[in-house]
Design a protein around this ligand. Sequence first.
Ligand SMILES: [Zn+2]
Ligand SMILES: [Zn+2]
Length: 275
Amino acid sequence: MIHLSSPHVHTPYCDGQSTAEEMVRSALRLGFVSLGFSSHARQDFDLKYALSEEGERAYIREIRGLQTQYRGRIRLWLGMERDFLSLSQRGPYDYVLASVHYVTCGAGTRVAVDGPPQLIQSCIREGFEGDGLAFAEAYYKTLGGYIRDYRPDIIGHLDLLVKHNAQHSFFDTSHPRYIAAARGAMAQAIQGCSLMEVNTGAIARAGALAPYPALPLLRYWKSLGGQVILASDCHHASQLDAGYEQGEALIRAAGYQKAAILGRHEELFEWCELA
Ligand SMILES: [Zn+2]
Ligand SMILES: [Zn+2]
């Protein structure tokens, strides 16, 4: 079994709803063995989703304090979720979870791929001549290059861009161009990081049926030698392990016999056997 843990937790320092200590108390109630905080790193736009300069200092201080306060009861880690457009430096953090949330649609305009569907629609229309697959290709090209070059500790929600796709059919995820783009991104990414999260966040927050990434993509990741870590992308303390049954089932379905968790001691990661 996979011990309960998550490397992907947000707090009000970015767009989370529960305080860090509420998250820790929820983790203890659920029997988590470790927990990692991953505030959205500083950026100079969409400010309400990310750490401010002052907020980043307070965030680091608070998590370091909680690490001491809860030592011996649960291992806490200080991380950040860093977008390719983020400004934060890596230095103060125990680990970096790297994600891409934005696609550039034209001169000076960008859209959040998990943001309002009508904005994605107009980005595809105006930036990609109506070709949704070209939008997907742009996302994956950015992701693959970012991970290869930045070398984070964990890759975040690989196929986040499908969030609104079931309702809006922006692109066909079974199209050879889509599959080639996603596989190309993974082939690049694994040169910089071999650990990808299986992210259950959209199950709790958006009613999604399955975690990221989709099973065919996760199977390809495994064929490349990539490893996995279960993550809840949690924004509310009541949802710390939401979707974990589906997440673990997906990991098994992809053929994995072990998965990483954040370590309980000094090592950042340890491995759980899937019996
Ligand atoms: Zn994210
Ligand atoms: Zn997140």
